[in-house]
Write a protein that binds this ligand. Structure first.
Ligand SMILES: [Zn+2]
Length: 388
């Protein structure tokens, strides 16, 4: 058994420990001490990092036999006394998130009787899974109540008791553990059995901000940020919003409506352009037909839909016409069409172009389209002529 200093002293950042064993597990050096302030990954909270005897601690593992293994990158010897130092910024962040989770879960439980099934602390945000779906208004009420408790700066104490005593005190969730339980008591708000590290007053959580939620396994998965993470996210969003604001020149509250208007405007412009294109296609078709059939050309400034309109205008005007039109974009798109009296198979022409120049496409004998043709337009035109 390793004595877990963080159980009683979660604010302890440094300690001395005696090395009991040094093992190699899957190529890693596992160091076991008589006591440690390093928190191992468990209960949804990630492990601490830091240094041990000057060597970097890259992972901390909670082992079945009750010992804690420190994965280190340096050489330590059994019997020596080493100084441990934990990365406090990382640990304190975990303490903020973890305590915030207790308060937030308690808020859903107290206000709506909705239990938390599981908790996960990720690198950027944390989630709790609630047993039923919650509404937007319930989310807001739970968030408000949780932050009220943060701002009341209530003491968070650690108590040890038997399972029976704990049950009599009214825990939020029964513990499956037997023997002595470690209880985290958020004064007059939440009592939970937990082996993790927590701040000693709710004020140190700073803020509990719910950033999103979704349906999950018949319930809700709620994503939240506490303290420093909430501030970090606020900065990221502030940067993103001010960048958008430079383009839109409207306050954040009006951005969604402003973007919707721009999208509507863009669609209207597109419809107008299509109308002009169709009219212009008739003129382009006449100019191309004047050069004789088959018409094989690349049309600058027209998209796939535009060259299709030109091809349709050509085959409508001349029953014997055969037409192959490319866009000038890279890779190029192609439309092949034929008049009612012509015998060329347009689909086959497109397939042969795609086979030679890459891309894909196909269609019917009278009209076919393709795209992704990677070659200069003069090569496309020259090859297309050999297929007609
Ligand atoms: Zn906890």
């Amino acid at each position: 058994m390793t004595q877990r200093l963080y159980y009683a002293e979660p604010y302890r950042r440094s300690f001395d420990g005696t090395v009991l064993a040094v093992d190699t597990v899957a190529g890693h050096t596992y160091v076991t001490l008589d006591q440690t302030a390093f928190y191992p990954a468990s209960g949804g909270q990630p492990f601490d990092t830091g240094t041990l005897g000057g060597a970097a601690v890259t992972e901390v593992v909670d082992r079945e036999d009750g010992t804690i293994a420190h994965v280190v990158s340096g050489a330590l010897k059994a019997g020596e006394v080493v100084a441990g130092e934990i990365d406090w910024a990382r640990r304190f962040d975990h303490m903020q998130q973890h305590t915030g989770q207790h308060v937030l879960s308690a808020a859903f439980d107290r206000l709506f009787g909705v239990r938390t099934e599981s908790f996960h602390m990720g690198q950027l945000s944390s989630t709790i899974d609630l047993v039923r779906e919650v509404s937007e208004s319930e989310i807001a009420k739970a968030e408000d109540d949780a932050n009220r408790v943060v701002w009341e700066d209530r003491p968070v104490t650690i108590r040890f008791s038997t399972a029976e005593e704990a049950a009599a005190m009214g825990m939020r969730k029964e513990s499956a553990r037997t023997g002595t339980l470690r209880l985290i008591d958020v004064q007059d708000y939440d009592l939970s059995a937990c082996g993790g590290t927590h701040v000693d007053r709710t004020g140190a959580i700073g803020l509990i901000a719910i950033v999103g939620w979704e349906k999950f396994k018949g319930g809700s998965r709620v994503e939240f940020l506490c303290g420093g993470r909430a501030l970090q996210r606020f900065r990221v969003w502030r940067g993103a919003l001010s960048a958008v604001q430079k383009h839109l020149s409207v306050p954040p509250i009006e951005m969604a409506a402003s973007i919707e208007r721009m999208q509507d405007d863009a669609k209207a412009v597109q419809r107008t352009v299509r109308g002009f294109q169709e009219k212009l296609a008739t003129h382009e078709a006449q100019a191309l037909l004047a050069q004789g059939s088959p018409v094989v050309a690349a049309i600058e400034g027209w998209d796939a839909q535009g060259i299709k309109a030109i091809a349709a205008a050509i085959t409508a005007a001349d029953q014997d016409a055969v037409v192959v039109l490319f866009t000038t974009a890279t890779p190029a798109q192609v439309v092949v069409a034929r008049g009612a009296s012509s015998k060329i198979d347009a689909g086959s022409v497109v397939k042969q172009l795609a086979a030679k120049f890459g891309g894909k496409g196909g269609g019917k004998p009278d009209l076919a389209q393709g795209g992704g043709l990677s070659a200069p337009v003069n090569e496309l035109i020259a090859y297309a002529r050999t297929l007609l």
